[in-house]
Design a protein around this ligand. Sequence first.
Ligand code: BT5
Length: 313
Amino acid sequence: MNETRRAVLDALADGPISGPALADALDVSRAAVWKQVEALREAGFTVESGDDGYRLAGVPDYGGMAIEYGLDAPYEVEYHESIDSTNRRARELAGEGAADVVVVADEQTGGRGRLDREWNAPSGGVWASVVLRPEIPPAQVPILTLAAAVAVTRAAREAGVEAGIKWPNDVLVEVGGNQQKLAGILTEMEGEADRVSWVVVGIGVNVNIDAADLPETATTVRELVGDVDRRTFLQRVLEEFHDLVEDTDAVLPAWRDASLTLGQRVRVETPGEEIIGDAVDVAFPGALLVETDDGTTRVSAGDCEHLRPVGED
Ligand code: BT5
């Protein structure tokens, strides 16, 4: 959102304020104020105009400006009602040099998971891809994926959903003895050996959606606690994510706190082999430490399955 628009919104929220007073405060013409007010109304904001001036009376449920408004993170939002994949679009923007932009869609028609798997993304979910240009080597990028999982878990818990993380990036909820998937993260990047050029962190959360519209292993916020304010939910995810990106030392302790994997017997399918053992810890930038019969193995990537808690027969 540009500076003027943000200033207009803030002034209207503190309103009522007259057109001339607003023009004076922002040092723009009255016609420019009028144009800004019209643009806000078109974006779904309710701007009342009375005898004493303009006043902000309502923010739209969702949409680019609505998500940016009140967002305590320095991201610009590009919003689509419908798009194939927010990650695909974010990669395109990243290639054009974008930074700190979040692509958000109400629905995705070609959402993707890891390893080119399909991701169901009907209307009502939170589908968002953050473009970052961090000054880190590619090998450290997994910490950003973990940060996203922590951010989603925190937002979910604030919404009353007892979510936890399965290594590395699945946000799950225990439903009737089964762990069902509430959210997934897909991180993509481009870079040289020593420095990334860009990173796209794609976050998909099943928010106001019927679980019946998703794979059997999925659950949704609607199913668990009823519909929530999707705008606030996404804002909280982005704010928590931004804080962790700025302070990556805080990621692993937070991840451990939210983890469902540590203390479990696990089977991890890696590209080369299958590892079975006890998940004992996570190490920077995101490796799982698994104690096997042959000692402790450090697993950097793979699909993890929880077998049973350590010590339980
Ligand atoms: C993931 O992959 O969990 C990463 C998902 C990332 C989605 C976001 S949405 C915004 C951005 N734009 C994109 O195009 N993608 C990102 P993975 O661990 O591979 O899990 C994929 C598997 O989860 C699928 O094979 C299904 O079994 C299952 N699945 C598909 N849709 C689901 C959903 N909505 N909820 C839960 N599980 C789902």
